[in-house]
Design a protein around this ligand. Structure first.
Ligand SMILES: [Zn+2]
Ligand SMILES: [Zn+2]
Length: 143
């Protein structure tokens, strides 16, 4: 499967099992991604081929994270030592096949964000001020 950063400078091709994804709720991931949690899928480093090398940020004494310094997209996680890594599910070109199998780092899990199924749902394309901004800038809404 393929993916990359938002601006397209960093691209990757990876052999992953989309049924093996998970959510990490640890504070390191919350800080590194700005999210309440981050969806990851694990794989062997040997099964990830970068096309356009990512930048790396050493986020702790034991781990580093690939990202794009041009657009800021968080792309994954890797221990300094070892043979495995994670890629962020949202950076894949098609995140739809991925299924979460478990939660990790649950000591800092924010319960209010887990079961959001009862919340009202709004499509971006129905938000007129947003649609107008896109139309004025590019003529159409993005995919
Ligand atoms: Zn980028
Ligand atoms: Zn984490």
């Amino acid at each position: 499967m393929t993916g990359g950063c938002q601006c397209g400078r960093v691209r990757y091709e990876a052999k992953v099992d989309p049924a093996e994804a998970y959510l990490c709720h640890c504070r390191m991931c919350q800080r590194a991604t700005g999210g309440v949690s981050i969806a990851f899928v694990g794989l062997a480093q040997a099964d990830c081929r970068w096309e356009g090398a990512p930048d790396w940020y050493q986020s702790s004494p034991i781990a580093k994270r690939p990202f794009c310094s041009q657009c800021g997209t968080p792309l994954g996680f890797q221990f300094l030592e070892g043979e495995n890594m994670d890629l962020t599910v949202g950076s894949f070109d098609d995140p739809s096949p991925f299924r979460p199998k478990h939660h990790f780092g649950v000591e800092s899990l924010h319960e209010a964000w887990i079961d959001t199924s009862a919340l009202p749902r709004h499509r971006a394309a129905d938000h007129d001020p947003l649609v107008k901004r896109w139309r004025d800038a590019t003529g159409a809404m993005p995919e």
